[in-house]
Design a protein around this ligand. Structure first.
Ligand SMILES: [Zn+2]
Length: 317
């Protein structure tokens, strides 16, 4: 039976219809609304799911159910999402599953976006051969997901926040308001803020020129890649700094958990994972306590659709 999955991101909503083997047979992508509130976001999600179902030659009510990978605090039991601060007007709690169920005419299940993407890599992607792994999603922020002995580890609901492991006490200000988190050095938002600060202080860079030329509202992973191809000094320096922070934070997590594998995903991770794999594993090696058998480090293989595929796995077929 077919299942639906929706990856709710800060910039885009990716919907997919997946068959019993985890293969995507229909998909649709909509931009995430930047104004309004949770109800508007839910409407855009439903529209994307209708479109994906149509592309698969089905309609949403034919699906076994629809899973949603959501940012913020996603309550699997109640289907409510709270504190999704990168979404418009979403400070409080909103019954997302209920709202979508009404529109889609099938059961809707909610999970954490990063955890479901980790689950997808574990079941269908780069982590298939392992039973314990750490997913690191390097994008706007840096998220983490854990599979321990074949099962997701959620803690009390907030496990996996690897982006907020401290890599430097009293260090750079993180978007979370604290200091020295890994995300303060490696998250795309933090990297953009630092690039802007240095540019305003007179540091030469093509990053913002490229952003305007390609009509992007922010420094996307594609813009960073172009800047690197131009040999842009500031871009190189900030990516190196991000890799250093990632290596430090990931190695610390490995020292604690001793996973078989680390899967690197996310917008920046998928784009730069292969290119910077050597640099990353070298940075990790500096901090690994047991250094003779480091974990396998792999780039997520489901790419952009991993989040939606993972969300579909929330539905039992
Ligand atoms: Zn933080």
């Amino acid at each position: 039976m077919l299942r639906g999955g929706i990856d709710l991101g800060g910039t885009k909503i990716q919907a997919a219809v997946v068959d019993a083997k985890g293969k995507v047979i229909g998909e649709a992508r909509h931009p995430t609304p930047t104004t309004g509130g949770p109800a508007d976001v839910a409407n855009a999600m439903a529209a994307a799911m209708h479109e994906a179902a149509e592309a698969a030659g089905a309609s949403p009510e034919d699906l076994a159910g629809v899973g949603v990978g959501s940012p913020g605090n996603a309550d699997e039991k109640t289907g409510a999402v709270s504190d999704a601060r990168n979404l418009p007007g979403w400070e409080g709690s909103f019954p997302l599953a209920e709202a979508l169920q009404g529109d889609l005419g099938t059961t809707v299940r909610i999970g954490n976006d990063v955890q479901v993407a980790t689950e997808a890599e574990f079941q269908l992607g780069a982590g298939r051969e392992f039973s314990t792994l750490l997913g690191v999603f390097w994008g706007t922020g840096v998220g983490g997901g854990l599979i321990i002995d074949g099962k997701p580890w959620l803690g009390r609901g907030a496990a996996g926040e690897i982006g907020h492991m401290v890599v430097k006490r009293g260090g750079a200000k993180c978007p979370c308001g604290r200091k020295g988190c890994m995300e303060a050095y490696a998250g795309r938002s933090a990297m953009e803020a630092e690039a802007r600060r240095q540019h305003e202080e007179g540091q030469k860079t093509d990053l913002f020129k490229l952003m305007h030329k390609h009509e992007k509202p922010r420094l996307t992973s594609g813009i960073w890649e172009r800047a690197l191809e131009h040999g842009d000094h500031l871009a190189e320096q900030l990516i190196d700094r991000a890799i250093e922070a990632l290596g430090t934070g990931i190695a610390s997590a490995v020292n604690l958990l001793d996973p078989e594998a680390v899967i690197i995903g996310g917008g920046l991770g998928v784009r730069f994972g292969d290119r910077y794999m050597d640099a990353l594993t070298k940075e990790m090696a500096k901090h690994l306590f047991v250094d003779e058998r480091p974990p396998a480090v792999r780039v997520a293989s489901l790419g952009d659709l991993g989040g939606a595929i993972g969300a579909s796995l929330l539905v039992s077929a």
